[in-house]
Design a protein around this ligand. Structure first.
Ligand SMILES: [Zn+2]
Length: 188
């Protein structure tokens, strides 16, 4: 069967504001009874602590009938999130400056991005010169097909929850005003 995850990531949050924004979202989730206040290990993949589902977890999902959700892990430090639910087509990455699509399977491009990802994980900063317009673009600003990858400082990862409702995701985004969010569902 495997495990599924759905991540709501904030692509704009800075390292300084991430903990405060995370607290606001978690406080609201706890008030609504969607998760419990205390995060503990054993509710997510690996040892990361996660908030167990609360008595009203159903409020977050489209169809609660098949649900036996596990925890919600909250990340407030540099983290790469991915999605692997895209429709099987090639993954493209688009330059936010000129709008050119770049094939991320192309060897030279893949090498550029791979170097930048390593640098970003080490330092939190990395620019990639766009192959089309030559502008240096921060790694975090590139747009991926179906939000395939997100390099962020804030993310909420729901483990084995039924599909999160659109309205619920919009409510979460209200706590991140003016920020770009990404939704990354996947399976391990
Ligand atoms: Zn460009």
């Amino acid at each position: 069967m495997g495990d599924t995850f759905q991540t709501i990531a904030d692509r704009t949050a800075t390292p300084e504001e991430a903990p405060r924004l995370a607290r606001a979202v978690v406080d609201w989730l706890v008030t609504e009874g969607i998760v419990l206040a205390a995060a503990e290990p054993g509710w997510a993949l690996g040892d990361d602590p996660a908030h167990p589902p609360g008595p009203h977890w159903q409020k977050a999902v489209d169809d609660a009938r098949w649900g036996a959700p596990e925890g919600v892990a909250v990340y407030t430090e540099r983290h790469v999130f991915y999605s692997n639910f895209h429709d099987g087509g090639p993954v493209a990455v688009t330059c936010p400056r000129c709008g050119a699509g770049v094939d991320s399977d192309d060897k030279a491009t893949a090498a550029l991005f791979s170097t930048a990802m390593d640098a970003w994980q080490a330092t939190g900063e990395a620019d990639i010169a766009c192959p089309a317009c030559a502008e240096p673009v921060p790694l975090t600003d590139w747009d991926w097909t179906d939000d395939h990858l997100a390099f962020v400082h804030l993310g909420f990862q729901f483990w084995n929850w039924p599909w999160l409702g659109e309205e619920f995701r919009a409510r979460v985004a209200e706590f991140l005003p003016g920020h770009r969010t990404a939704f990354l569902p996947g399976k391990v």
